[in-house]
Design a protein around this ligand. Structure first.
Ligand code: GUN
Length: 283
């Protein structure tokens, strides 16, 4: 079975759009998302453009603030602090990667945890790992929705995560732990990755290695989520060998059209959630 991320993301965006129109009626205000983009990396520019297009389409107030690569760290920190105080801004996203002279950790920690739509602030990371309410990073959240669509009850399932990044692997593990999975996080130093994968009821590949996961790595009936976006001579491919694995797995996401559209849909919903929490706090 193919997991149609495009279709599931479109459903999620429809729900978000409806919720925004209801919030607009109730509060006479719409949630706002502000994205800070530094430099001119083509991939970042494409991501940010897609985010803006989707934000406008669901009825969010959307703003992109662009800086040249030469911008100082102080300028970025001052802007983030200004946005923290601006009550027309519900969510702040600083597009990564940042140029080397800007301290990413400092920038992330300056964003108010209440407006941290990426869920990267240590307060949100800590809340997620403690099982408390928090903003949740958009890509693993999107993967989580896709897995739950296929299998609503994850109790006792064995989940193998490939990759240990703060963006994907680690928050993915927290989300699946909360769903009572037995979670293994694998990475570049893992001894026998194939053997680990062969045990998995759920595989999430987020490692950035083209077609790493092969057909004979996968248990029949497994759910395979491919987070990879790798540019190759033969076009864009994921971290999973789709040709091989799709013949064995119970369900698999394609690349493109799997996780990608879900990431943006989750970002929009995270912005709405920040907006709602800001009203809960003041009432
Ligand atoms: N760059 C690539 N993915 C992401 C993301 O999810 N959030 C941010 N802020 N930057 C990114």
């Amino acid at each position: 079975m193919l997991i149609d991320g495009k279709k599931i993301a479109a459903e999620l965006r429809r729900e978000t759009k409806l919720e925004i129109s209801q919030l607009k009626n109730k509060y006479k205000k719409v949630p706002g998302l502000t994205v800070i983009l530094v430099g001119d990396l083509p991939a970042s520019q494409i991501y940010v453009r897609n985010k803006e297009k989707s934000a406008i389409e669901v009825g969010l107030k959307s703003e992109i603030i662009k800086y040249p690569k030469s911008v100082t760290e102080e300028e970025i920190l001052n802007k983030v602090e200004e946005l923290n105080k601006d009550n027309t801004v519900s969510g702040i996203l600083v597009q990564l990667p940042l140029p080397e002279h800007i301290n990413k950790k400092k920038v992330i920690e300056t964003i108010s945890p209440d407006k941290d739509v990426d869920g990267f602030h240590p307060m949100n990371v800590g809340n997620l790992s403690s099982g408390f309410k928090s903003s949740i990073p958009c890509t693993p959240l999107g993967c989580y929705h896709l897995i739950k669509k296929v299998e609503p009850n994850l109790d006792g399932k064995k989940a193998i995560i490939i990759g240990r990044s703060n963006l994907n692997g680690k928050p993915m593990a927290q989300l699946l732990l909360k769903e009572n999975c037995t979670v293994t996080i694998t990475h570049s130093k893992t001894k026998n990755l194939k053997k680990e994968c062969m045990e998995g009821d759920i595989i999430v590949a987020a490692v950035g290695m083209p077609k790493l996961v092969k057909g004979d790595w996968i248990k029949k009936d497994s759910i395979v989520i491919d987070v990879g976006i790798n540019k190759t001579q033969n076009g864009i491919v994921g971290d999973v060998d789709f040709e091989e694995v799709s013949k064995i797995a119970r369900a698999i996401t394609p690349v493109p059209g799997g996780v990608g559209p879900m990431t943006i849909a989750c970002l929009l919903q995270n912005t709405v959630d920040c907006f709602k929490r800001s009203f809960e706090k003041t009432q």
